[in-house]
Each structure stands twice: as C-alpha cells, then as structure tokens.
Design a protein. Structure first.
Length: 179
C-alpha cells in the first residue's frame, strides 16, 4: 500500500538556506534538505486502486493559479512538549484555494477529511525529549530568518515509506498550475 500526500516542492536554493538552520539542538532529528516540502494534504495509506483514483482526480485541479510562497518565521508544534521545528509560510489566498480544492476532491473520493487545520510549513526537524526553553534558545540563536520567497508553478503527489516522518519521499505525479 502506498502512503501518499500532496505537497509543494522547496527549490534547492531555498532548501540550502534552510539547511543552515540545522544543528545545535540536542534531541532533534534533522530532515534532509532534499526532503523539504510543504504538505498540502496528507492522504495516508491507500490501496493501489485508490492511489490511481487520487492521481486522476488531482488532474482536475490544474486550473489552479500559480503563486508565490513566503517563508517568514521559525516555529514549533507541540507546545510544552515540542515535537517538530518548522519554517512557517505566510498563508495566501491562492495557496488556501489550492489546499481547499484538494480537500474537496479527496473527500469526493471517500477519503476522510483532514482533521487538522492547514498551517503551511516546511518541517526542519522532528523533536524528542527537547524542552521548550531549548527550542526557544535554538530559534533565537538561529538569528534573523528570511523571508525566503519562491514561485510555485506546480504541486506534487508524493509517496513515502512507512516511517516516523522525514523521508525519503518520492514524486509520483506532478500537476502544473496555470500561469
């Protein structure tokens, strides 16, 4: 069974800059820069027939418009028990429309709705047994952050192996966005 999700690729020049934020945080499992992406919709483990239906249905979204992403801050998920460090993207209307359109298409296929609110970000590290103070100090030590902008001209259907996250990810299909 493939494990699928849709996302946006992070260009190499931006990934290289984000990778400079790696290190100095005990308990962080840093994600390799070639696996940086912005998840639009986690689909999960599906059978091969469903995977083919997903790939076909996403073709109907190619009329979505191209846009620009702006990464403008570092943040964490998990509150008092941080579990991830990320580079946050500034939401914009085109990004929100693309994500919402994917959600609608995938629900029409019978997939369960995404339970979490969409928060566009690039995961940089998975955290385990890291105190919030250590994370805050690491973010402060990282210094000035961006902003880093890049154009988005397509979205991607990714597959991943069953793991705790962080890759490796494989591009299964690409879907161009209208200029």
């Amino acid at each position: 069974m493939p494990r699928l999700f849709t996302g946006l690729e992070v260009p190499r020049h931006v990934a290289d800059v984000l990778a400079l934020k790696r290190g100095g945080l005990h308990g962080a499992r840093w994600i390799d820069p070639e696996n940086y992406h912005i998840t639009l919709r986690f689909i999960g483990d599906v059978d091969h027939n469903t995977a083919n239906e997903v790939a076909d249905m996403l073709d109907h979204l190619v009329n979505s418009e191209a846009f620009t992403i702006r990464l403008d801050h570092l943040g964490t998920f998990g509150g008092d028990k941080p579990r991830a460090l990320y580079a946050g993207a500034n939401p914009n209307a085109a990004l929100s429309r693309l994500q919402a359109a994917q959600e609608r298409v995938l629900q029409r296929l019978g997939l369960r709705p995404e339970g979490r609110k969409f928060l566009p970000h690039v995961a940089l590290a998975r955290l385990r047994n890291v105190s919030p103070i250590d994370v805050a100090q690491s973010i402060a030590f990282a210094g000035h952050f961006g902003p880093y902008e890049f154009p988005v001209e397509r979205f991607v259907l990714y597959s991943s192996r069953d793991s705790v996250g962080g890759g490796p990810y494989r591009v299964e299909e690409t879907y161009p966005l209208a200029a």
